[in-house]
Design a protein around this ligand. Structure first.
Ligand code: WTA
Length: 633
């Protein structure tokens, strides 16, 4: 059974998926996709290695499933509906037939430029059709795409390009975001000064700004596309061949290149897209994420196209030209399913309601959220003002590592409850585990959220560092995958995600590790030490508070300058999303006797909850805490 149409379908499917997971996924795989060869084994796995193999022996190409197989029935249907940053620029409808030609041409360009199966290609593009087309072109020829969000700085880009040893970078002259025009190509140039692995840079034209082209490395994309052959046979991929690498922040050190493979990712994203969004043939579906994040990979590109959907791609931001932009687009394209992040909802809820009421939102059938916990107030605002109290608000919990949605109310089966992601999708077996690693079976409980059985789109490894994959996700608790999130389970078995239990902070839904930001700050010649913690923010969910110590005393004017320099450093090294909202200069940081910074105390101070600091008996320097508390911002 592919589509869950009511509660009893859900109950039946869920039960079947737990009793015989292999049979459950095999039936879905068998009946809904085009395979070049069928599998020999549905699943082989070993949590201790860890190793997960789905549909071993099968051969396929995901783009045949996303595009070619729709050509007969849906050739003239819009596959990608592109809405530009500037509302006066015309939108673009790319039909399945056109998408086929554009992906084939792009794939031939990649081949002509020396890209082969298994090569890594970094894509650093704004939200323009070429971004989706480039990812699909890579997949068509078996190259592994590594999309890097085009808001990342040159050093973040360089780190990702080098980690995967990418041979090629695909970028554009510039990008439009609201009233800004960003010079992407020069960011790439700066990054590539330290990336000897890159042989070729393809440059799309978007902003038509003047850019420097490095002879023998950089080529304009369009003339190559114009000259390319419009047919490109698919590369036959083994089920477990890597499809893409996508980086996510770690709580320590460099970003983790999560590796997703072909068959399992395909089956899982397609199935969850259909069921969570209940997509019907003529619907227009819109996810506002950027393809630089997993949400964009799975639910702008792959999931929708696998289902033959019309997927809207928006280049701009919710506030440009004004805060009504999202709703103007919903009205203009009669959007049926709308999927966004709590941060965007909270930002819009702060603005005048006339930005919403001006538009006809009656086409909407379903509203989704993702990326961070949604607070009740934001949920209700969304439900009432956008969904007219008719559309279910589907709170979807999942991660870059999980590849597809894991816990969410399937709207035909489960009535959504504010702040709860509710029940696991079929095939997903969550478990709450206490600090000793024991599963807590009782309803109404709280613990570390783990998943105790593999699902097809689980990331298979961290690129180049399987040990880190094992240490991060499979070592803290035995025989399960540890998510890094805490959760509550209520008496109905519904899950509510409470937030990260590690040193990752979600700022506007972006995962930021504290260690990489601290490492970056500590590079400043005047800074001795730093500790970053999160504190609640009305719009962003969390904001960043930095406690910094300096090597020699500075006066208040110098502090101001230092504040500016620290944020500039973060902007250059990581990207603007990691800038600190508050910086407090201190004479020392609270430490345990073994020299570890007591972040728990700093978190309480930053959250203005410093009345009771809990157990401070292991503190080496209590006087510092007093000082920090007295000067807190
Ligand atoms: C958080 C995004 C609460 C969570 C798809 C997770 C959520 C991290 C939700 C993954 C949600 C995501 N409710 N928290 N509905 N969705 N998160 O890798 O902490 O960018 O571990 O994947 O975001 O973020 P990532």
């Amino acid at each position: 059974m592919y589509q869950i149409k009511n509660e009893s379908d859900y109950i039946k499917s869920y039960k079947a998926s737990v009793e015989d997971p292999k049979l459950f996924w095999e039936e879905i795989a068998e009946n809904n996709f085009t395979w070049q060869r069928k599998w020999e084994h549905v699943l082989n796995f070993d949590f201790s290695k860890p190793e997960f193999k789905w549909f071993e022996g099968a051969q396929l190409n995901i783009t045949e499933n996303c595009i070619d197989r729709h050509l007969n029935d849906r050739g003239d249907k819009t596959a990608i509906l592109f809405e530009p940053n500037n509302s006066e620029e015309k939108e673009e409808h790319i039909t399945y037939k056109e998408l086929h030609v554009r992906v084939c041409k792009f794939a031939n360009v990649l081949k002509d430029q020396g890209i082969k199966k298994g090569d890594r290609v970094c894509i650093y593009l704004p939200m323009i059709p070429d971004l989706a087309i480039a990812t699909l072109a890579c997949a068509r020829i078996g190259a592994i795409h590594s999309v890097v969000f085009a808001g990342f700085s040159s050093s973040s880009l360089a780190a990702r390009v080098n980690d995967a040893a990418c041979k090629m970078v695909i970028t554009s002259d510039g990008s439009f975001r609201g009233n800004k025009c960003i010079d992407l190509k020069s960011i790439v140039d700066e990054a590539l000064d330290s990336c000897p692995c890159v042989e070729r840079v393809l440059v799309a034209k978007r902003t038509h700004t003047d850019v420097a082209m490095k002879v023998s490395r950089d080529i304009w994309l369009q003339p190559l596309l114009d000259a390319a052959v419009a047919v490109c046979p698919i590369e036959i991929m083994d089920a477990e061949d890597p499809l893409f690498i996508l980086y996510t922040s770690g709580s320590t050190g460099k970003p983790k290149g999560m590796v997703h493979t072909s068959a399992g990712y395909m089956v899982n994203t397609a199935y969850t897209f259909k069921n969570v969004f209940q997509y019907e043939e003529d619907d227009v579906y819109w996810c506002t994420a950027d393809i630089g994040w997993i949400t964009g990979h799975s639910y702008i590109v792959y999931g929708p196209l696998l289902n033959g959907a019309t997927t809207l791609m928006f280049e701009g931001v919710p506030s440009y030209p004004d805060w009504g932009r999202f709703w103007e687009i919903v009205q203009k394209h009669r959007v049926n399913q709308f999927y966004t992040a709590p941060t965007a909802i909270r930002a819009m809820a702060k603005e005048d309601l006339s930005h919403v009421t001006k538009y006809d939102l009656s086409s909407l059938k379903l509203l989704g959220t993702v990326g961070e916990p949604i607070n009740e107030e934001a949920w209700r605002w969304y439900h009432k003002n956008i969904g007219d109290e008719k559309c279910p608000v589907v709170d979807t919990w999942w991660q870059t590592e999980t590849g597809s949605i894991m816990i969410a109310p399937i709207p035909t089966a489960v009535k959504p409850v504010p702040t709860f992601a509710t029940l696991p999708l079929p095939g997903i077996q969550p478990v709450l585990v206490n600090a000793d690693g024991e599963p807590i079976e009782a309803d109404k409980t709280e613990g570390n959220l783990c998943i105790r059985f593999p699902w097809p789109s689980i990331a298979r490894t961290i690129w180049g560092d399987h040990q880190r994959y094992k240490d991060t996700y499979f070592s803290k608790f035995e025989n399960c995958y540890f998510t890094g999130d805490g959760a509550i389970r209520n008496e109905k078995g519904y899950y509510r995600i409470t937030g990260r239990v590690d040193d990752i902070i979600l700022v506007s839904g972006h995962n930021l590790g504290t260690a990489p930001i601290e490492d970056c700050i500590n590079e400043h010649p005047l800074i001795a030490e730093s500790a970053i913690v999160g504190f609640p923010d009305d719009i962003k969910g969390n904001a960043l508070y930095g406690f910094l110590t300096v090597k020699s005393p500075v006066n208040s004017g110098e502090e101001k300058e230092l504040h500016h320099q620290v944020n500039q450093l973060i902007r250059d090294k990581i990207g603007p999303i990691a800038k600190l909202d508050k910086i407090q200069f201190c004479s020392g940081l609270p430490k345990t006797r073994s020299g570890k910074i007591m972040r728990r105390i700093l978190r309480k101070i930053a959250s203005k909850d410093a009345e009771n600091l809990g157990d401070t008996s292991t503190l080496l320097n209590p006087e510092v805490v007093e000082q920090i508390r007295d000067n807190a911002l």
